[in-house]
Design a protein around this ligand. Sequence first.
Ligand SMILES: NC(=O)c1ccc[n+]([C@@H]2O[C@H](COP(=O)([O-])OP(=O)(O)OC[C@H]3O[C@@H](n4cnc5c(N)ncnc54)[C@H](O)[C@@H]3O)[C@@H](O)[C@H]2O)c1
Length: 312
Amino acid sequence: MSKRILVTGGAGFLGSHLCERLLKDGHEVVSVDNYFSGNKQNIAHLLSNLRFEAIRHDITFPFYVETDQIYNLACPASPIHYQRDPVQTTKTCVHGSINMLGLAKRVNARILQASTSEVYGDPEVHPQTEDYWGRVNPVGIRSCYDEGKRCAETLFFDYYRQCNLQIKVVRLFNTYGPKMHPNDGRVVSNFIVQALRGDKITIYGDGLQTRSFCYVDDLIGALVRMMNSPANVVGPINLGNPSEFTVLELAEKVLQFTCSKSKLIFMPLPQDDPKQRQPDITLAREKLGWEPTVPLEEGLKETIAYFKKTLG
Ligand SMILES: NC(=O)c1ccc[n+]([C@@H]2O[C@H](COP(=O)([O-])OP(=O)(O)OC[C@H]3O[C@@H](n4cnc5c(N)ncnc54)[C@H](O)[C@@H]3O)[C@@H](O)[C@H]2O)c1
């Protein structure tokens, strides 16, 4: 059945893929975005679709629209962007969530929060399960995002307990794919852009820190499954790809697939950079019947093809 769906952060990397997917599924979609880190180009191809609307709005201010479901994705996701205006980042997480939860309550909509693996901070538990409470620095340069997202989760669960709201909370781990911002410092896009331009590939630390990378199509499938899961599935649920690679391995794959001659350079590790990050997705498998299917090699090739096209 066709639904009216609001996607906050709809012009961002994940939001634009989600809008595309929901339109394909036959829904009416409203994207709300203030274009802080998103890009109108990401949704330009959707504008001619009469079931799609794009509205410029900052979710730290109240917003009203009739809707059946809300995907709350608005928030800059990369350190370069979220550290540019840390106060605004926390406001987006906290005030933005309050406004969207208030809207969901008013129109009786289901609401999904895109939380993050950053709520685990620099974890002592590996891989991270949802019942791990995390190890987050409350006063560091990443805290605006990490603590903002933690507080957003708290708000979602309080609205659930206090107002009986239909909530869904997912913790996303590193996701990559076409439409990532080319200059936002995220490791996959960074390496690909550097390799394609023949620039040096910057590795922070010794490159032996591990990351897991989920391809965007896999992740979007999981968001939709979570939103439409039974009412008693509220989360938090980890979504990501548990296959683990060192940052160095990723750099080597990117060099191989781009046929680049770029050299690797090693730089000091930024403050509070986690050494290990890997989702335990047992719960997602059990509750959503979901697991990622796109191998890193395949996803990297798609992403490289996108950057080749956009960088000319
Ligand atoms: N991509 C990942 O690997 C990843 C990992 C964990 C969590 N997440 C979460 O998923 C969501 C989407 O991430 P993304 O990678 O697409 O990031 P993105 O920066 O590409 O997209 C975020 C979008 O939100 C918009 N936005 C920011 N502040 C806003 C505000 N106050 N009002 C309205 N719009 C606002 C931005 O302009 C942008 O279009 C974020 O909430 C992020 O925290 C993403």
